[in-house]
Every structure is written in structure tokens, then in C-alpha cells.
Design a protein around this ligand. Structure first.
Ligand SMILES: [Zn+2]
Length: 218
């Protein structure tokens, strides 16, 4: 890892496009095989001026199974990532966590007129929805089921899963309202804001063409 950082620094300082291309190719291989932490990819991209790597790194850091507690005190990361980078990622993750908490709470059910006119039926319908949400949906939102479920995937599950014991019309109305909530846009917006705040300009030498060349040869 040390070599990679030093190599990038030298390639940039001495303006050696060939070395930079080779290092970028090497880095891409590491990213593909997930053998480099995205925080380090972010640090290299920002130091070297490789804007095209930033979005992927931030999106990867945004995943709810990448708990900051698990990696933010690792020596290599502390050595290369700046306080500014770490705090921006921390803020992004905190916002995402807070929104997930909010989204995980049982949303209120909607009821058809027919259902509303029958008090007992409505109560039954209401509790069927709560149980459905707590048992089938909540685990997706708080990341316990599949840590990588983005909100798009969670919405698909909500849309496609039947609600046992709930009136069909009420279920459809409720699901439509939940899916249509503006809150779902928050995840994407939060990540996009973090990407923007961490973005850098391309360095003086852009080795991207060189990377493509090397990929062709290999
Ligand atoms: Zn109902």
C-alpha cells in the first residue's frame, strides 16, 4: 500500500504518464478484487487527481455493512486519509443511518372506505400491516438482511411482497403511498452530496488512456 501511494506521488511529481497508467491499472485490479479499502482508493484518487474513481469509492463506503467503527482506526487508513475526508464520510454515514432509522419505523397504513366502515376489520388490517413491516421489510432497511440493499432494492421488495391478512385494496393504497414517499430520494442525495464535496479536478497528467492501453495488452 505504501508503495502504491509513493508510486503515485512520484508519477505525479515527475510527470511520468506511463508509470501513472501502470499504477492506475494496478489500482483498478485491486478495486475489482476488493483487495483495497475504498477509503484508501478515495485517498489516492484525491491526492493524485483521479476524479473518475471518487464516486465508486464513496458509494462503497456508503454501504451500511461498512461500519466506520470497523476500519476508521486502522493505521494505514489513518496514515493516508485526511481528517477532512474521514469527517465527510462520517457525516454521510451518520445521515444515512438516521434516515434508515426513520424509514425503518412502520409507516401508517391507508384503508379503503369499505375497511374504514368496519372497526374490527380495520384493526385487523392495521396490525397485519405492522407485522408485515416489522417481520418482512424492516430487516432490509436496517441492513440486517442484506447489507447491500439500496433503497431501490428495498422498494422492489415492498412492491412485490404480499401482506398476509391485510385487505387487498388497503394493501395497494398503503404500498403506493410508501413507495411514493420522497424520503427514498434521501439516500441517493446524501451520497451524491458527499461525492461532490470530495471531488477533485483531474491531475496534470491523466493516465486513463494509458490504462485502457494496458488493459488491451493484458
Ligand atoms: Zn384496511
Amino acid at each position: 500500500m505504501e508503495d502504491l501511494f509513493v508510486g503515485f506521488r512520484l508519477a505525479t511529481w515527475w510527470s511520468v504518464p506511463r508509470l501513472l497508467s501502470y499504477l492506475q491499472f494496478h489500482l483498478l485490479e485491486k478495486i475489482k478484487s476488493e483487495s483495497i479499502h475504498p477509503m484508501l482508493t478515495l485517498a489516492i484518487a484525491r491526492r493524485t487527481g483521479l476524479p473518475w474513481l471518487i464516486q465508486g469509492a464513496v458509494e462503497s463506503l456508503a454501504q451500511s455493512d461498512r461500519l466506520m467503527a470497523g476500519w476508521c482506526l486502522e493505521a494505514t487508513i489513518l496514515r493516508w486519509a485526511t481528517t477532512e475526508e474521514l469527517s465527510k464520510i462520517a457525516r454521510m454515514k451518520e445521515t444515512l443511518w438516521q434516515w434508515r432509522q426513520k424509514m425503518a419505523a412502520v409507516p401508517s397504513a391507508r384503508h379503503s372506505n369499505r375497511c374504514m366502515s368496519d372497526e374490527q376489520g380495520k384493526n385487523h388490517c392495521e396490525s397485519a400491516w405492522s407485522i408485515h413491516w416489522l417481520v418482512k421489510i424492516q430487516k432490509y432497511i436496517n441492513g440486517r438482511h442484506s447489507s447491500r440493499s439500496g433503497f431501490g432494492e428495498i422498494k422492489r421488495v415492498i412492491r412485490e411482497t404480499g401482506v398476509l391478512g391485510m385487505d387487498g385494496d388497503c394493501r395497494d393504497q398503503t404500498v403506493t403511498a410508501v413507495i411514493g414517499s420522497e424520503l427514498w430520494a434521501v439516500e441517493e442525495k446524501t451520497v451524491a452530496e458527499a461525492v461532490e464535496s470530495l471531488m477533485v479536478d483531474a491531475g496534470l497528467i491523466d493516465g486513463q488512456d494509458g490504462v485502457k492501453e494496458i488493459e488491451k495488452i493484458w
